[in-house]
Design a protein around this ligand. Structure first.
Ligand SMILES: [Zn+2]
Length: 289
């Protein structure tokens, strides 16, 4: 295209008149350029229009979502406030039990002094919510520790109760009390370290607390003797039996038959010589009968 001028012929159909336009090359270039710019402009406008339209829809969708999340957040905050209230009640109960059990106060309690109505501004942000959840987790841990301690204490109490001698080891009547007395054999004043309970030969003798048999043999003076270790320093002795029904190392329950009444050893008639010792020291069994 090295020509300087162009001719455009327009020939309408069914007519002999031909229209003719002469164009210079420079003008043609200018026209083509404007045409192109116009097309680009229209395209950009159209693109922008669609984009704005799309953005608006997206905005509406996001707004709806945000409002739903806000609602959910508020619901969670209220639920959390309820949980905090429950934890406060638990902490108070826990404290009461600890007072009754004479246990030390629990460590700094996250729930102490917390309470009251849930805060007005429930739309508190996520970070605050997170903080409250962390606090709750700490409070739950503390509660769990405290409960375990109380449980352990109760278990100990239960075993202490089971370990403490209680009641008569045999059906019968006390014929000789604990304390200094005249020896029935030689009349000398001597400490009597237990009580004597008279009963018919063969009457069952029962352990007065849970424990483990540590002796079941004939011992000089005691005759056929059973000793039961109950823990917590408690031991009980059952002497002068005719028969022994337990072996060393055997676990026995309170009320379990361990022997039969007899007259073995240093005895003047069928009876049980019953001793209660704590940490080796003979106690007056009357307190435990
Ligand atoms: Zn005695």
């Amino acid at each position: 295209m090295s020509a300087k001028k162009f001719t455009i012929l327009i020939i309408p159909e069914g007519s002999h008149r031909v229209r003719r336009f002469n164009l210079r090359r420079g003008l043609l270039g200018t026209v083509l350029c404007f045409g192109l710019l116009f097309m680009v402009g229209v395209s950009l406008l159209a693109f922008d229009y669609f984009r704005v339209n799309f953005d608006r829809k997206e905005l509406v969708r996001l707004q709806t979502q945000a409002s739903a999340q806000q609602k959910e957040l508020r619901r969670l905050a209220v639920r959390l406030a309820d949980l905090r209230q429950e934890m406060v009640v638990l902490a108070q109960n826990d404290a009461k039990v600890r007072v009754m059990a004479k246990l030390a106060k629990p460590k700094a309690d996250a729930m102490n002094g917390v309470g009251g109505p849930p805060e007005e501004d429930v739309s508190a942000g996520f970070s605050e919510l997170q903080q409250q959840i962390d606090q709750m987790v700490r409070a739950i841990d503390l509660r769990r520790e405290s409960q375990e301690e109380i449980q352990g204490f109760l278990n100990d109490q239960r075993s202490l109760l089971a370990a403490k001698p209680q009641g008569m080891p045999v059906k019968g009547w006390v014929t000789s009390a604990f304390g200094v007395r005249r020896d029935p054999f030689n009349g000398a004043r001597k400490m009597h370290e237990g009580v004597d309970i008279a009963s018919r030969t063969g009457t069952p003798v029962f352990a007065t607390a849970d424990g483990i048999v540590t002796q079941a043999e004939t011992v000089s003076g005691y005759g056929k003797l059973v000793v039961v270790d109950h823990g917590y320093g408690f031991k009980t002795y059952y002497g002068h039996n005719s028969k022994l029904f337990v072996k060393v190392g055997q676990r026995v329950k309170r009320g379990e038959k361990v022997a039969a009444v007899g007259n073995t050893g240093r005895s003047t008639g069928p009876h049980v010589h019953y001793e209660v010792r704590r940490n080796g020291v003979p106690l007056n069994p009357r307190k435990y009968l």
